[in-house]
Design a protein. Sequence first.
Length: 464
Amino acid sequence: MRYISTRGGITPLSFKETVLMGLAEDGGLILPEAYPAVDEEVLSFWSRLSYPELALEVFSLFVDDIPLEDLRKLVFQAYATFDHPEICPLVRVGPVFILELFHGPTLAFKDIALQFLGGLFEYLLLERGARMNILGATSGDTGSAAIYGVRGRKNINIFILHPHGRVSPVQALQMTTVTDANVFNLAIEGTFDDCQAIVKAIFEDLAFKRRYHLGAVNSINWARVMAQVVYYIWAWLRLAEKGQSAVFFSVPTGNFGDIFAGYVARRILGRERIPLLMLATNENDILTRFVNQGDYSLGKVVSTISPSMDIQVASNFERYLYHLLGEDPIRVREAMEVFSREGRLRFGPEELARVREDFASVSVSQEETRETIASFYQETGYVLDPHTAVGVRAGLRLLDRGHPVVCLATAHPAKFPEAVAEAIGHPPRRPPALEGLEERPRRVTILPADIKAVKEFVAQNALL
């Protein structure tokens, strides 16, 4: 398997090279040259596997330069940190199925990829006798999951930018209470989009990137997307066992990474097995406007009770754009130049028709989110976090289309106790992982939303 850039400016890479490069050196995102397809015999075999065993099989479709036993060890070590034997249990709740993705160490779906990626980074660096300084931005959950994935690991420092005061208190504490020497938390005085723009600009400074051995842990790294593909296939297999041949997925998303993993799963399984992906956004609705109106244009970031989705520039959108524009890197490069210059892309009727073959989309307001948390709890006793509630609200729109609906539960409700308590009248049960969080020592540096300031901090603290 070889990997290419959406902008066509790099020599095809191996999987190992892809992981270590993160963002392509031409500014694009890295993708496999082709997606493998699977037949009924393979699916029958996969249906009998545990989650780690399935992950190993799916990863093996994309990884051909790591010995199988080494890959197996990395996979099984990653998922040994989860507190549920199924890793991602699929549970029937009322009219929908909930795919619980919050059983990892930081109680968010990001753990599923980042527990694997942390070990993978360490493996590749030790193999090469190299060092890496991971630089990433988070709207809430990626940061803590990335930190927990690499804390204390050899040959790695990690620098995570989060918008100061714009993540939930629990999310902030999960990051800033990790005081391992290789962990650096940077609270940026701005929005998540500011954090993301700073990280991307630093990666595009190739001299700086090379000098300080920068690596990416955000979903711009293909390995993140690859790991998330597995749970879509896992959920489809669980329902196939019950005689369901086609499944809808409803995905709360702001950065397009999680739902792009669903798109890849759809390419592997076939459109007939995943007929449609529901893209659910909050008031930060750039992706919904893209799907419904062909309008991908910047708006002002709105702070909401689902803060991990408070995004206006979706960093993974370019991967889908590559496929939408006929896998033509010249067109992608030109489109991203227009977007950088004008803050807007428009799509015509033919392109919009193709988008709607892949996605439906709904924007869910904060009031609707609260209503959904409350009504779902009253009707089923199940507590949704504010992000999952966005996905459930959107997913309910698919119930009359004849196939089961799987809603991705992206975080444990205890990570957002204030919003949940406002909806159901009391805070959710706090799991052991969060006990005593407020009393732990903290370490964080507050910086302005300034590229130069972040570069100076990284330069002073990087492994060389």
